[in-house]
Design a protein around this ligand. Structure first.
Ligand SMILES: C[S@@+](CC[C@H](N)C(=O)[O-])C[C@H]1O[C@@H](n2cnc3c(N)ncnc32)[C@H](O)[C@@H]1O
Length: 383
């Protein structure tokens, strides 16, 4: 049995990662901010949950996403993006379809195959798909997957900064919820930073501690938070959003951007029913309440605060084109497609499957209600 297979079978904490985090905690004087812990357990280049070769998404992984339901999602997104790409094609020579968090490349393939059908040949020939993937192992896997397609049309780069001067569309499904977050707790009239300390002798090797907020940048962000909350109220704060949107604005001329994720808006983050925050772990479709169970083997995720996302985007010049739930977004995107559904799949059985996928993705009691879609733009207008 290889070391990898052994780790996969255990579905338990990765001992090397636990040791590494333990030594960072010791070097920092007894605790590290939760955001640093999350960065390590998800994105440590060797041992992180998202960097190791592992089947994460789908029935045989840890969780499902709209992409893993089937190709219906990608088909509908492609049709929606086509109107933006078609119009941008009038003024830009080269176009890109960019995707951070492409994971196993399925959405890329579904969207590009459909765009080939719906864009004019002239516009499609000027379009290139670009995945943004910082990790070498995942880059290679994506290139292998894209190798069987029209491979000149698929690229993988490390960061948004490799796309200077581009124009096109950015799509991101369940990318924002996987970004490491700070956790804060309202305690006795003050916000405290949730940090992580170690318990080397115990079965769960880490536990949380509350520390005063000393970091000036974080203190600045905390100044904007509400203060009339129940003692112990806990929230997650994505402190990387502003930089991410800044990089996006710096590198693109014309951009239409479609961000899909589960989350809230309208101050719902501070609703009394969310007192414990929204941080969750997933391992083999089981929900883990404790973020310290099986570090490196468990996905950690938090609901997206779309109020904060919109604020970060508009602060660097993006316009909000639309914000709605996945139900309304997909039903709208699917209108012309549903009318021509009989001609979409190659068989009646395939059409039935696509309609079933559509129902799972869009029904308000399934994925249609919880997931939200934020469309923003720079130099573009909604069709
Ligand atoms: C939940 S998965 C979503 C995968 C895919 N988009 C889907 O919908 O099936 C989150 C993806 O975002 C990527 N990701 C999120 N934040 C990242 C970060 N800060 N650095 C690198 N990758 C990140 C992860 O590596 C992972 O591939």
């Amino acid at each position: 049995m290889t070391e990898q297979a052994h780790d996969e079978d255990m579905n338990e904490a990765n001992p090397r990662l636990v040791e590494l985090i333990g030594s960072q905690i010791q070097a920092a004087g007894g605790f590290i901010p939760f955001v640093d812990y999350m960065e390590l357990v998800l994105y440590h280049p060797q041992y992180g949950y998202y960097t190791r070769p592992r089947k994460r998404i789908g029935k045989d992984g840890d969780f499902i996403t709209s992409v893993s339901i089937g190709r219906c999602f990608g088909k509908l997104l492609a049709r929606h993006f086509a109107s933006y790409l078609g119009r941008m094609g009038d003024c830009c020579r080269d176009l890109v379809l960019v995707e951070p968090g492409a994971e196993d490349g399925h959405l890329a393939l579904d969207v590009m195959r459909e765009l080939k059908q719906v864009l004019t040949e002239e516009v499609y020939n000027r379009l290139c798909y670009v995945a943004i993937e910082p990790f070498d192992g995942k880059k290679e896997r994506l290139l292998d997957i894209f190798g069987s397609e029209d491979s000149d049309r698929f690229r993988v780069v490390s960061s948004l900064n490799d796309l200077k001067g581009s124009s096109g569309v950015l799509m991101a499904n369940e990318f924002l919820d996987a970004m490491p977050i700070e956790r804060l707790r309202w305690r006795e009239g003050e916000w405290w930073r949730i940090c992580v300390a170690s318990d080397p002798q115990k079965a769960t090797p880490f536990h949380e501690v509350e520390a005063p907020i000393q970091d000036p940048e974080l203190a600045g962000l905390v100044d904007d938070l509400p203060i009339h909350l129940e003692d112990g109220f806990t929230i997650e704060l994505n402190t990387n959003l502003k930089q991410w949107f800044h990089d996006l604005a710096q590198n693109f001329n014309l951009l239409y951007c479609c961000l899909i994720d589960y989350g809230f808006d309208g101050g719902e983050v501070f609703s009394p029913s969310r007192k414990g925050g929204t941080l969750r772990g997933y391992l083999r479709h089981r929900f883990q309440n404790c973020p310290f169970d099986a570090p490196g083997m468990t996905d950690l995720t938090a609901h997206v605060d779309f109020d904060r996302v919109k604020k970060s985007a508009t602060s660097v010049g993006f316009d909000i084109l639309n914000f709605t739930d996945q139900h309304r977004f997909l039903v709208n995107a699917a209108r012309p497609w549903l009318l021509e559904i009989e001609g979409v799949g190659s068989t009646e059985d395939e059409n039935r499957q696509l309609l079933k996928q559509f129902q799972t993705l869009s029904h308000p009691t399934m994925m249609g209600g919880v997931f939200k879609v934020l469309e923003i733009g720079r130099g573009v207008t909604a069709p």
